[in-house]
Design a protein. Structure first.
Ligand code: 5CA
Ligand code: ZN
Length: 408
């Protein structure tokens, strides 16, 4: 799939260094040390049945910050993101609204591209839809079959294909849930623990055989369509290879999605799926997680249409540490707009404090688990200090663009 247009990223005078970031599996900060100075990461993309809301934007801006920090550390970066362009929620929404599922997906992916472009989010090099990944999915299921971890559910009508999760080395180390908690969350988040004929309630669907009225594709497994988790496992392995540096997404994906992907990946390659698992916090509205299914959404496109500066939206998101859960309020946008104005005035001064200590502070904050609130505070301090460097404003403008993705 086509991604979106990349914004320019100014290169700053180098300061080699490392990103330290929180790994969900170890529950501690880890150093990212890419092989051959090539950082490979995967971030789960949207299910395109409704437009980009601020929760999505928060997640993709968080990983954009990570991308920018990796670039600034001097690495080449390979970033892959999927689009879940065939799955139950998309098909259900299409059915309810009387729109063809392909058209719904295409329209929403287009809106997402526009929102990402406006927010100056760097596009992934590989932007891959589930539909276009079907050959890779089928191939992965075939290779998992050789390990004996794939079976057909005992169902005369629809003997769908499942993955035996407990066969995988390390299953459960990401989410660290008890069996009861895992089963409950699995049911809540698209799983089918109660389906008769499964070997274990947590086994996950990898290939769903054709049902009347549902889209399906010919394959050696029978006509059907991919399960959710195997889609990301197959795309990540195809475009990043085994044991890539970082798997990312919002914290609602830790279980079951990332646990299942990690299990499938580890089983197929006999290596860890990813070296680190990074999760961003949830953005809520009126006390609940913002979600398409709840309908309590603040859409990026609507904010933009009402005149909000995309850079203010971005600053409003960056004001929160990526791992915290927080609530969106209209006030957040007003404050971000005021900060943006202060910063724009500060870089336009004929003379300002020197840029180098600020750039060092920005780097220090961001390389330490993407501490954007500390980075914003450093810039606030620079903006309110006085100095006599006539070229600092221009240098700071470039640095904020490169590191924070905020173009003043
Ligand atoms: N297509 C799958 C991933 S393979 C999916 O979860 N799609 S999604 O459209 O539901 O979510 C896309 C991304 O936004 C995911 O990383 C998810 O964790 C994140 N996300 C969804 N809702 C929120 C929210 N309220 N706050 C923060 N991030 C969110
Ligand atoms: Zn995913």
């Amino acid at each position: 799939m086509k991604a979106w247009t990349a914004p320019d990223v100014p290169t700053l005078d180098g300061a080699a260094g490392r990103l330290r970031i929180h790994d969900t599996a170890l529950d501690e900060l880890v150093d990212i040390v890419p092989d051959n100075d090539e950082a490979r990461f995967y971030v789960c993309g949207i299910t395109p049945y409704d437009a980009t809301h601020l929760g999505h934007a928060n997640t993709y801006v968080a990983y954009d910050l990570m991308y920018r920090v990796l670039l600034d550390c001097g690495y080449r970066v390979i970033y892959t993101q999927n689009v879940t362009d065939v799955d139950d929620p998309l098909l259900e929404r299409a059915e309810q609204t009387g729109v063809a599922w392909e058209d719904l997906a295409e329209d929403q992916v287009n809106l997402f591209r526009e929102d990402m472009t406006a927010l100056r989010v760097l596009p992934p090099q590989h932007y891959i839809g589930a539909v276009e990944a079907i050959p890779a999915v089928v191939e992965l299921i075939e290779s998992l079959k050789l390990t004996g971890a794939i079976y057909q559910v005992d169902d005369a009508e629809y003997p769908d294909w499942y993955f035996e999760v407990h066969r995988a080395p390390g299953f459960g180390r990401l989410s660290k849930l008890t069996d009861d908690e895992a089963v409950a969350l699995f049911a809540e988040r698209g799983g089918d623990p109660d389906r008769p004929g499964k070997k274990d309630p947590l086994d996950c669907l990898v290939w769903r055989l054709e049902r009347p009225g549902e889209p399906s594709w010919e394959s050696r497994l029978g006509r059907g369509r991919p399960g959710w988790h195997i889609e990301c496992t197959a795309i990540a392995l195809q475009y990043l290879g085994a044991s890539f540096d970082i798997q990312g997404g919002g914290s609602d994906l830790i279980f079951p999605h990332h646990e299942m992907c990690a299990a499938e990946g580890a089983m197929a390659t006999r290596q860890p799926f990813a070296k680190a698992y990074v999760h961003s916090g949830m953005v809520g509205l009126h006390g609940e997680k913002m979600s398409k299914s709840r309908g309590n959404l603040v859409l990026v496109s609507r904010l933009r249409a009402s005149g909000a500066d995309p850079m203010a939206i971005r600053l409003g998101l960056l004001a929160h540490h990526y791992r915290t859960d927080w609530e969106w309020t209209a006030n957040a946008l007003t404050e971000a707009q005021q900060r943006l104005t202060r910063w724009r005035e500060a870089v336009a001064r004929p003379a300002a404090p020197s840029a180098e200590p600020l750039i060092a502070a920005l780097r220090h904050a961001l390389r330490n688990d993407l501490d954007s609130p500390a980075a914003l505070a450093a810039m606030d301090a620079w903006a309110s200090d006085s100095g006599d460097d006539p070229s600092a404003g221009a240098t700071v403008t470039e640095a904020l663009d490169a590191l924070l993705g905020v173009r003043l």
